[in-house]
Design a binder for this molecule. Structure first.
Ligand SMILES: [Zn+2]
Length: 196
């Protein structure tokens, strides 16, 4: 079986975490050992991954900016075996983390499946997503439809229920702000309406 680095991307609320949890269940059912990883910056749920349906699973690896994922996994493998690593909110990882995940695939022989956003609330690539687009073996979009019928692509940030287009790149959903996924057309319309 090929060992591959795979990136599933989509807008907010497109069901990435649901897909991650579903993959976890089926891989375990098929007899594989699976670990869950997420960046620590995603404060939502703490040590757990939460889907919108309130499924929750404990995270095995919480990654800080300075962590070396390759070394962490090498250490883990001295005690346990691992077939798959599923990474939630992969957009928040650093470029070097994605390169380390590629080494986990190529040198340690573990398949890595990342799930994350394509772009931030301004429509610009996140560091982790950018690197995943550059080096993944497989890139798959999880599509959802905007209420107008077009494809959801943008993650509009809402603070106190109002769209905002300025601010820091990271504001955690449900903690610091909320988000509404929109197609490019609807996002640009909101942007113009709020441009004063
Ligand atoms: Zn739309």
């Amino acid at each position: 079986m090929y060992k591959e680095l795979t990136f599933y991307y989509g807008a907010m609320g497109c069901g990435k975490t649901r897909k991650l949890l579903g993959t976890r269940y089926s891989k375990i059912e098929d007899g594989f050992s699976v670990a869950i990883m997420k960046p620590q910056i995603d404060k939502k749920g703490g040590d757990y991954i939460l889907s919108r349906e309130n499924d929750k699973v404990k995270v095995d690896f919480l990654i800080k900016d300075k962590d070396n994922i390759y070394l962490e996994i090498s250490k883990y493998l001295t005690k346990k075996n691992l077939d798959f690593i599923l990474v939630d909110e992969a957009q928040f990882l650093k470029k070097k983390h994605i390169d380390e995940l590629a080494s986990v695939v190529d040198i340690l022989g573990i398949s890595v499946i990342c799930y994350g956003l394509r772009t931030d609330f301004k429509g610009e690539l996140f560091e982790g997503s950018k690197r995943l687009f550059e080096i993944s073996d497989n890139i798959c979009e999880i599509e959802r439809q905007c209420s107008c019928g077009r494809k959801k692509m943008f993650n509009m940030r809402l603070v106190n229920g109002k769209p905002v287009f300025l601010g820091e790149q990271v504001a955690i959903d449900g903690v610091d702000a909320s988000y509404e996924a929109k197609c490019r057309y609807c996002y640009n319309r909101e942007f113009k309406e709020n441009d004063d």
